[in-house]
Design a protein around this ligand. Structure first.
Ligand SMILES: [Zn+2]
Length: 251
């Protein structure tokens, strides 16, 4: 609902104002979209807008606004502002290509890129339910020691086994979750032609439901800071406040 209201407000009269919008305006628009998507997904606040857009299947708002402005112009007998595009289909295709090019060449959200390389694939998977735990699995921004260490919230970036504790380590490798992982992989591997579990995690409705269950099983058992041994809790009041702000409302 919040997202729908936000987009309705942003798309209001866009053919008129997008023509005069400048770089700083587009930057603010993307930042506003990031805030709205953070609210919807309950992802970590450090997640980039590039990753959040793909995580939710929402086109970058600057591209979407230009798309809608051109669609309005064409429907009123005027010329599209997108070069060489004169039909609604051409405008939509061009906009999706622009988003895909931006996503492929970005340096942001590279963990999410392993899950969804193709933005059209993500847009077609309307059954994917994104929440606080699924966001952590798909973005790598979450209750992982390597990420918490980066944010100076943990003293060590490593897992109990000594390797760097990232989403890549926890989901496919971490021995503590072997039983849950076997249940997940039995469904995901048996339900797809690809052997890449990141790409098959959401490729079908059943895979997506199994992945969500697996993400909940793991992340609920890892919730920070409750899992930390008392002698590892070195945070002062300022760090604790900062942790609550980064972790969002569910922690
Ligand atoms: Zn480990």
């Amino acid at each position: 609902m919040n997202k729908a209201l936000f987009e309705t407000a942003m798309l209001y009269a866009c053919p008129a104002w997008t023509e005069r919008a400048k770089g700083k305006h587009w930057k603010s628009i993307l930042s506003a979209q990031q805030s709205a998507l953070l609210m919807v997904t309950q992802a970590y606040r450090t997640t980039s807008h590039e990753a959040l857009q793909v995580l939710t299947g929402q086109m970058p708002l600057d591209i979407k606004l230009r798309l809608q402005a051109s669609q309005w112009l064409i429907s009123h007998g005027r010329t599209s502002r997108i070069p060489d595009c004169e039909t609604e289909e051409e405008i939509t295709e061009s906009s999706l290509n622009q988003w895909q090019d931006r996503w492929t060449s970005s340096t942001k959200g590279r963990h999410t890129f392993k899950v969804w390389q193709d933005v059209r694939d993500r847009m077609s998977q309307r059954y994917v339910e994104v929440d606080h735990y699924v966001s952590q699995l798909c973005t790598g921004h979450g209750d992982f020691n390597a990420k918490l260490h980066e944010m100076r919230l943990k003293t060590s970036p490593t897992c109990e086994c000594g390797e760097m504790e990232t989403a890549e380590h926890v989901y496919p490798v971490y021995p503590k979750y072997t039983a849950a992982r076997r249940r997940w992989m039995a469904i995901v591997d048996g339900n797809t032609r690809t052997t890449n579990y990141w790409q098959s995690a959401f490729s079908k409705r059943r895979n997506s439901e199994a992945t969500k269950t697996y993400a909940h099983e793991i992340m609920e058992s890892k919730r920070w800071p409750m899992r930390q041994p008392a002698n590892e809790l070195t945070l002062g009041p300022d760090c604790a406040t900062s942790a609550r702000s980064i972790l969002g409302t569910t922690q």
